[in-house]
Structure formats: structure tokens, C-alpha cells
Design a protein around this ligand. Sequence first.
Ligand SMILES: NC(=O)c1ccc[n+]([C@@H]2O[C@H](COP(=O)([O-])OP(=O)(O)OC[C@H]3O[C@@H](n4cnc5c(N)ncnc54)[C@H](OP(=O)(O)O)[C@@H]3O)[C@@H](O)[C@H]2O)c1
Length: 296
Amino acid sequence: MILNETFALADGISIPKLGLGTWRIDDAAVVQVVRDALAIGYRHFDTAQAYGNERGVGKGLRASGIARDELFVTTKLAAESKTYADAKSRIDGSLHALGLDHIDLMLIHSPQPWTEFREGGNFDAGNLEAWRALEEAQQAGKLRAIGVSNFERGDLDNILRHGTVKPAVNQVLAHVGNTPFDLIDYCRAKDVLVEAYSPVAHGAALQHPMLVELAAKYGVGVAQLCIRYCLQLGLLPLPKSTNADHMRSNAGVDFDISEDDMSALRGSGDAIDYGEASAFPVFGKPRQVAQSSANA
Ligand SMILES: NC(=O)c1ccc[n+]([C@@H]2O[C@H](COP(=O)([O-])OP(=O)(O)OC[C@H]3O[C@@H](n4cnc5c(N)ncnc54)[C@H](OP(=O)(O)O)[C@@H]3O)[C@@H](O)[C@H]2O)c1
């Protein structure tokens, strides 16, 4: 069963192959969500400083009584944290909010602050400062592994060239119809595990006719198909759900998508359009509204 399987990170640390996403689950509600997931068998949880729910995630984990070494907790350093001193203090802030003496994996949430996401600004120096704070916290035993998120090839090269420790993970947007194959190949060549966030396209994949039809062929749900797709690409999927039935079903992915169907899914980029859900809705940045042709 997938919940009992692990990937090995480059430094030998085991990471459960399926994690529960917690974005947009508020701090009070997430306590029960974590408890439900633990009861189903989830042991890997993905939170972030930006989600404002580290306290609740930690509370749910601690209340379970499950041994700490059976749990895997990821959090993320705020995207705007680009100085050593700020990153250092925020790492301690996460430990405090989670109520844990160590975190299994901590990621730089984004190479740019959200307000400047993919705007072309250069944050290499700031990312190296944040990385140094993560490296030191790892050395001090506060973090078991460290990594990045939303990093493109150039962002990754900056850390690979100038950091002391290599990122264990790059967590990126990846789902059927929107899979960054080149970046995935590059990460793999550098021994960086790729985690797939929004593996069911924030839920938009669930209604897509092509996916509905293919899921029916395998006798599974669309979310299961999407999660299995990520796993067969060697990615670690992080589906979010607040519904225990959905969490259970998302862990039921012990089936094989045929090579032909994988090939069709891999090549579906142009055929699948999830509209707004295809793009990552950036924290704190007003959504860009596409100009209609009537305005052109
Ligand atoms: N690093 C980053 O910048 C970043 C960005 C975005 C996300 N993430 C991480 O990735 C996680 C997942 O991404 P996401 O939250 O954007 O979206 P997602 O996991 O692709 O989709 C979540 C949506 O799908 C629904 N869903 C899930 N399983 C289902 C099922 N079996 N049947 C029916 N509906 C189902 C959920 O509703 P229900 O609750 O009703 O099941 C929810 O509305 C986040 O929570 C977060 O941890 C990271």
C-alpha cells in the first residue's frame, strides 16, 4: 500500500511516497483533518508558514500519540524571507508553532517573494542567505532535510553551485496536462526528488471528460488516476483533502496505468485546459485577468 512506501532522499532519509497537502485548511480545522488522515494511515504532512496552520498541524500530530519517528512533517520558509537573520528566526518560529523539536523537511517556498513571483527579479543572493540559515539549522539538528519549492533550473543551479548542502527536494506544480518534464529530468539528474503539488489541479481535473473516461476504464476515480500518474513519473504527490473518504480513496492507488495511457497523459498538455486552475494563484498578488478579445 502506498501509505507504507517511501522514497529515499539523496542523504538517505526516507520520505513517505504520499503526503497530505494542507493549503487553505485553516488552523482550527486542520487539527481534525490531520487526525483523520493519521487514522487512515497518512504519515506525511505538508504545511507552510504561509498557510497559517503550522500550529494546528502540530497539534493534530502531537495529539495522536504516534511516535515522532513514524511521522514526516514538511514546512516551508516564507517566500519573502530572503535574509539570513530573518530566515533563521522564522525557522525557529516554525519549530515553535508546530510544537516539535525538529522538522523532517523544510523548503524555501519560492525563489521570489510572492508579490514578485516570476517577474524576472534576481533573488540569488537572498536565496543563498535563506539557504545558509537552513543549512545551519540542519547542522544543529533542527531540520533533518532541506529543499526548495517552485525553483526553476537557474534557481536550483544557484544553490547547487554556491550552497554547501544540495537541496533534497524541489516541490513544484505538476499534474496531468501541466507537468514540467524538462525540470523534472534536470532535478532527477541532480538527484533532487520532485514533489508534485496540486496533483489534481486544485480539483479542476475531477470534471475533465478525458480524465473521467480514462478513470472509468481503470475502475478508479479521477483523483486516483491523477495521483497514480504522478507516482508513475517518479514524483511524490501531495493531494489536499479535508474529506476522510477522499483521503482514503487517494491512498488507493495500487493499480497500473498502461504505458500507452501514460504516454497519452504525458502528451495531454495541449488537449487539457483547466482554465484558471492551471496557473498557481500566487499569494498576495492580484490575479491577472486575461483581456477578452472584445477589449483587444
Ligand atoms: N509549494 C507550493 O507553492 C504549493 C502550492 C500549492 C499547493 N501546494 C501543496 O500541495 C497541496 C495540494 O495542492 P492543492 O491544495 O492546490 O490542490 P489538489 O490537491 O490538486 O486539489 C485539492 C482539491 O481536490 C479535492 N479532492 C482531493 N481528492 C479528492 C477526491 N478523491 N475526490 C474528490 N475531490 C478531491 C479537494 O476537495 P476535498 O477537500 O473535498 O477532498 C480539494 O478541493 C497543497 O495543499 C499544499 O500542501 C504547494
